[in-house]
Design a protein around this ligand. Structure first.
Ligand code: NI
Length: 139
């Protein structure tokens, strides 16, 4: 089994906030991500698929095709968006954390890759240089 990873980037705004909590509690739990007037992150999305190399092309998947799928299914929707307000596949009221986003991204890409011979292996979403969430489809 061979694993290959495509990296895509997007920029987006968000706010982590619970309406029922005080401003102080939101700040204590979410830190700067609770900023009332929004803020942005430069996200890096790592999508890893696995499979056996095709005997003719040597590819698990054509990475140009994988890039287009990621753009079409994910980054075209998220790039330059407000994650709390603008994205139809993020349920209203769901905190737009990296943890929640990797699950939503996995579900979209797993479906989009159904007709390809490779399997989705992992989604990693980097929110900053020091934090990323990873999801491998485990419930
Ligand atoms: Ni944030």
């Amino acid at each position: 089994m061979v694993y290959i990873t495509r990296i895509e980037r997007f920029n987006a705004a968000h706010k982590l906030w619970v309406d029922d909590w005080s401003e102080e509690k939101n700040l204590a739990v979410f830190g700067k991500c609770s900023n009332k007037n929004w803020h942005g992150h430069n996200y890096h999305l790592h999508v890893t698929v696995k499979g056996r190399p095709d005997p003719v092309t040597g590819f698990i998947i054509d990475v140009k095709a994988l890039s287009k799928i990621i753009q079409h299914e994910v980054t075209d929707h998220l790039d330059h968006s407000n994650l709390n307000l603008d994205v139809e596949f993020i349920p209203k009221g769901m905190q737009p954390t990296t943890e929640n986003l990797v699950i939503l991204i996995w579900d979209r890409l797993e479906k989009a890759l159904e007709s390809y011979p490779c399997q989705l292996h992992a989604i990693k979403l980097w929110e900053t240089e020091t934090i990323y969430a990873e999801y491998r489809g485990e419930k």
